[in-house]
Design a protein around this ligand. Sequence first.
Ligand code: SF4
Length: 70
Amino acid sequence: MSEQVFSVTVDGDICMGAGYCYGSYPQLFTENADGTSLARDTTSTGSLTDASKASQICPSGAIEIHRGKD
Ligand code: SF4
């Protein structure tokens, strides 16, 4: 299986701290002190499938997936 290079970011201005992302995918996100989400470095460990699922369950659309170019 091929691994895809990608990164994930969370727009802190629109994240409302619902917690679905870090609750369901703690390997991709962690919780800030204020309850909002912080994306982890997914360079070597992240699953693009999981990241896509996380972006779909985020109620505010704050999760963005950036596909690598190489
Ligand atoms: S699911 Fe969306 S709104 Fe909820 S903490 Fe994660 S990024 Fe923020």
